[in-house]
Design a binder for this molecule. Sequence first.
Ligand code: IMP
Length: 209
Amino acid sequence: MRILAATRNAHKAEEIAEILRPLGVEVVRPEEQSGAPDVEETGDSFEANALLKARAAAAATGMTAFADDSGLEVDALGGEPGVLSARYAGPGASDAEKRALVLARLADVRRPEERTARFRCAAALASPDGWAMLFTGSVEGLITFEPRGEGGFGYDPIFFFPPFGKTFAEVPRERKNAVSHRGRAFRTLAQFLRAAGACLSAGEAGERR
Ligand code: IMP
């Protein structure tokens, strides 16, 4: 089976490819597939954006397509940055500027237990004939008072994960991926494909009997 990963982010495409490879699923990048569209994230939820991108890619290419959307929700900010995570602090702002804005807006929230937050990810799978499925993952943590760690990207240096006692930027990538919102959503999608494959094989064996 071949699936188009409707993302221009090479790290995300590789992360899903690594998870699906053992199932015999080949992940194709948009650069390798003519007609793969660039879709604007105009939805008001992670789920809506993931579906929008996967459906558009499947319709335009005739392939089963995968897409995801993710971001940070901070409870004391009413769920912000949310779907605006990539664009928080305005177009073209750096990751450091986005982190600084979150910290500035939380300046009055001095108690660590009131700085709760989560990363969320929605991953969608869509086929050209119109069906689509959604898989979600999240991870709970606390926003630090200042950035910590050199690894990761985006909001990782200000996202403290209590079971590690560290921010996501202070642990190796594999350790973060094992618990991250994206890892959880991608692995649920892989479990679905594994189960669907097993059902299809059992059905074919039944027909042969
Ligand atoms: P998207 O899913 O590529 O649209 O991601 C939206 C934005 O959310 C990214 O640009 C990051 O700012 C933030 N984000 C999503 N996942 C993570 C993560 O694992 N660590 C840090 N920031 C993240």
